[in-house]
Design a protein around this ligand. Structure first.
Ligand SMILES: Nc1nc2c(ncn2[C@@H]2O[C@H](COP(=O)(O)OP(=O)(O)OP(=O)(O)O)[C@@H](O)[C@H]2O)c(=O)[nH]1
Ligand SMILES: [Mg+2]
Ligand SMILES: [Zn+2]
Length: 316
C-alpha cells in the first residue's frame, strides 16, 4: 500500500513539474535545435518516439546531462507534410503561409506544384507563388505563361530576380512576408536559400551553382531551418530542402476536387451526389473543361491524381 501511495505521489510530482519551453528552429534527423525562452539555443533530443518535433513547434523541454530532452510537443495550429508511399515527411508546423518558390530554371513540374498546393489547401494554409530568375528572360516568360491557371484561380503570383542588383520584385514580396511565418518550399535549385541570404545577410546558407548538365538542382539544403526576419522577431522565414516528389497518400480521391479551387468552383450541382467529375453525365465540371473555363492541363492532373488516389490499396 505504501508503495502505491509513493508512486502516486511521484506521478503527481512529474505531472506538476514545470518544464522549460522553446521554439524548434532546425531539425537534424532526430535531433532538433530549440531556441529556449531564456534566449539560448540548445540541441535537444526527443524522449521516446512520440515527441518528434518539427520546425515551428513549441516544445516543453528539460535539461539533461548533455543537452536538452524534449518532454512534449505543444498542440499545433497546423502541420504541413507530405505523405509518400511508406513515410510521412513533415516540413514545418504553426506556419502562416507557404511561399511556393519556383525558378525559370530548373523547369518546374505542374504535377508537383499542384500536389503541394493541394496539401496546403487541405491544411488550410495560404499559399503565394514566386517565380524567380526573371533575368533569364526567355525561360522566365515560358514559365510565367504556365502559371496563368494558378493566377486565374486566385493565387498571388509574383515575379522575382535575385541576381539583379536591385533585387527585382522584392518590393512586392517583402510586405507579404512582414509579420508572417513563411515556409519557403519548392524544387531544388529555384533559389530558396538565395532568397533567405538576400533577406537575412547574416544567414550563411550554402548556395551552389546548379548542375546545368542535368537540368536539375543539387540538393544543397539538407535541413529545414527557421530564420527571424529581424531583431524584433516580427516574422520568420523557413528554408527547406528542395523536393522532387510530393506524396499525397493522405488525400482521399473523393475530396480531391475540393482542394483544387478551379475545379471546386464548378462542383456542387452535379447530377450525382458522388460524381467523380470524370465520366458522369450532368456534370458542370466536365462542361467547364469543354468550354475552356477549367484549364485542360489542370484537369488532366486532376484525372491522373484521382485515378492514383482511388487505387491506393487500403491494407496499408
Ligand atoms: N539567374 C539567376 N540565378 C539565380 C537567381 N536566384 C538564385 N539563382 C541561382 O540559382 C542557384 C540555386 O540557388 P539556391 O538558392 O541554392 O537554390 P535552392 O532552392 O535553395 O536549392 P536547394 O537547397 O537544393 O533546394 C544558385 O546558383 C543561385 O545563384 C536569379 O534570380 N537568377
Ligand atoms: Mg537551398
Ligand atoms: Zn461532377
Amino acid at each position: 500500500m505504501a508503495t502505491h501511495t509513493a508512486s502516486k505521489r511521484q506521478r503527481a510530482a512529474i505531472a506538476n513539474q514545470r518544464f522549460e519551453q522553446g521554439l524548434v528552429t532546425a531539425t537534424f534527423g532526430r535531433h532538433v535545435s530549440v531556441l529556449c525562452d531564456d534566449g539560448v539555443s540548445r540541441l535537444c533530443h526527443p524522449r521516446g518516439k512520440k515527441n518528434q518535433a518539427v520546425v515551428g513547434d513549441r516544445v516543453n523541454w528539460s535539461l539533461s546531462t548533455d543537452q536538452g530532452t524534449i518532454e512534449s510537443v505543444q498542440t499545433r495550429r497546423n502541420l504541413f507534410f507530405r505523405q509518400d508511399d511508406m513515410r510521412t515527411k513533415s516540413f514545418a508546423a504553426n506556419i502562416d503561409q507557404i511561399v511556393m518558390f519556383l525558378g525559370a530554371e530548373p523547369e518546374f513540374s505542374d504535377m508537383q506544384l499542384t500536389r503541394a498546393l493541394i496539401a496546403a489547401q487541405a491544411e488550410r494554409i495560404k499559399v503565394i507563388i514566386v517565380l524567380n530568375k526573371y533575368d533569364l528572360t526567355d525561360l522566365f516568360n515560358k514559365s510565367w505563361k504556365r502559371l496563368a491557371p494558378y493566377r486565374d484561380m486566385g493565387v498571388t503570383v509574383l515575379p522575382l530576380s535575385l541576381k539583379s542588383e536591385l533585387g527585382f520584385g522584392m518590393d512586392a514580396l517583402l510586405p507579404l512576408l512582414n509579420n508572417q511565418v513563411s515556409l519557403v518550399l519548392g524544387p531544388s535549385g529555384a533559389g530558396k536559400s538565395t532568397l533567405i541570404n538576400t533577406l537575412i545577410p547574416l544567414a550563411t546558407i550554402y548556395t551552389q551553382e546548379i548542375s546545368r548538365a542535368l537540368n536539375s538542382g543539387k540538393h544543397t539544403t539538407t535541413s529545414t531551418t527557421w530564420y527571424w526576419l529581424d531583431d524584433m522577431h516580427s516574422g520568420a522565414i523557413i528554408d527547406s530542402p528542395g523536393f522532387q516528389e510530393f506524396g499525397l497518400h493522405h488525400i482521399k480521391a473523393p475530396d480531391l476536387g475540393k482542394w483544387m479551387p478551379d475545379i471546386a468552383k464548378h462542383m456542387g450541382h452535379c447530377k450525382f451526389n458522388n460524381c467523380t467529375h470524370i465520366h458522369e453525365p450532368g456534370c458542370p465540371v466536365q462542361d467547364a473543361v469543354h468550354s475552356g473555363d477549367i484549364n485542360a492541363n489542370r484537369y488532366r492532373i486532376y484525372q491522373e491524381l484521382f485515378d492514383f488516389l482511388d487505387n491506393i490499396p487500403t491494407y496499408r
